[in-house]
Design a protein around this ligand. Structure first.
Ligand code: GDD
Ligand code: MG
Length: 333
């Protein structure tokens, strides 16, 4: 196929990852050595040649990051003046989209292979093809059922667990005909999942179930699980994490940015350090993400935690199961 484009949604506030997301948008938090966003973009099928990032909250942070760290495909940043929701954000970011185009939520990581999914979509037609993954508790997600032809017959966003129609959840990666865009009301906030999708089913939307691994990195515990999955399932031919920590005891997998120091400390397993992170002697950092400039004092312990840029952990402190950052909520005007 010639020229397939993708829209990646990254405009949410990341409320479930506060206070870290007061400092950095959710999709720029690094996992296994590169931002969540880059892992989401790595999911795109191989015919994709260009990407539009549908941004809202902290759009300038995406522009700044991408100008310093270009992705392997061209990425255009499109901003919303007010939050438009997943549907409105898609519409705003869809100028010049190909037919069909690919849509991915910027906070999903997965072993899904979208190449056969694109083939499936081209063969079956219909308005769209959505990927689905089976979980025990579907209630925090969109849930669907489909018929013997894989045509979705019911889709409910975030149903109560007892009334969920199945355990197959919207995995946040889909392929759409441009017909979808006509169904999204312009100029206001629209939830694609709650408002548009249920009305669209009559026109033919297909389910593409897959197994393997998947996570939505939208909460601290899910984010750390996403990182473990990414370390355990490197994507062939894509990014390989690097680790440079002279004098430290490293328990793989560990990914480090530039200029980190951890002599005399134990780091790993499953740790990402941003740039210039300092870890003191006798300290232990495990199953965690420490962003640029974070400092861990001597003999401190950081386990199952996310530390925002420049966050300091005092010598000897124990930080377990925490999501911490220097930035608090912006003062009310
Ligand atoms: N541009 C833009 N504008 N993007 C937005 C907005 C907005 O107003 N609101 C949310 N987004 C982005 C988020 O930043 C995220 O990357 C993506 O859209 C999905 O939003 P989430 O807030 O993470 O949604 P969710 O995880 O509760 O549910 C969605 O994802 C699940 C799978 O991960 C739904 O699509 C569910 O159906 C799905 O199962
Ligand atoms: Mg999400």
């Amino acid at each position: 196929m010639a020229d397939v484009s993708a829209v990646v949604l990254v405009g949410g506030f990341g409320t479930r990852l506060r206070p870290v997301t007061y400092a950095v948008p959710k999709q720029l938090v690094p996992l296994a050595g590169q931002p969540m966003l880059f892992h989401a973009m790595d999911l795109l099928p191989s015919p994709v040649t260009r990407i539009t990032l549908a941004c809202g909250y902290k759009a300038e942070a995406f522009e700044a990051y991408l100008s310093q760290h270009p992705y392997r495909l061209p990425v255009k940043v499109v901003r919303e003046a007010v939050p438009l929701g997943t549907g409105g954000g898609l519409l705003n970011g869809s100028v010049g989209a190909s037919d069909p185009f690919v849509l991915v939520n910027g906070d999903v990581i997965s072993g899904l292979d979208m190449d056969p999914m694109l083939e499936f979509h081209l063969q079956h037609g219909g308005v769209g093809t959505m990927s689905f993954y089976e979980v025990d508790d579907p209630s925090p997600y969109g849930v669907a059922v489909w018929d013997s032809e894989q045509r979705i017959t019911n889709f409910v966003e975030k149903p109560p667990r007892e009334s969920a129609p199945s355990r197959w959840i919207n995995a946040g990666a889909s392929i759409w005909s441009r017909e979808l865009l006509k169904e999204i009301p312009a100029g206001r906030e629209v939830s694609l999942e709650k408002e548009v999708l249920p009305r669209l089913l009559d026109q033919g939307v297909y389910g593409f179930p897959f197994r393997g691994w998947w996570e939505d990195a939208g909460t601290p515990s899910r984010l750390l699980n996403a990182q473990r999955l990414l370390f355990d399932h490197p994507r062939v031919g894509r990014f390989t994490p690097r680790c440079h920590l002279p004098g430290a005891q490293v328990i793989p997998q560990v990914a480090t940015g530039k200029g980190c120091e951890a002599a005399g400390a134990t780091v790993g397993r499953y740790v990402t350090l941003g740039d210039r992170v300092q870890i003191g002697r006798g300290a232990v950092v495990e199953d965690s993400v420490l962003m640029d400039g974070a400092v861990v004092g001597d003999r401190a312990e950081v386990r199952r935690s996310i530390l925002g840029p420049g966050y300091h952990v005092e010598a000897g402190a124990k930080v377990h199961d925490r999501c911490l950052a220097n930035e608090g909520p912006a003062p009310k005007p």
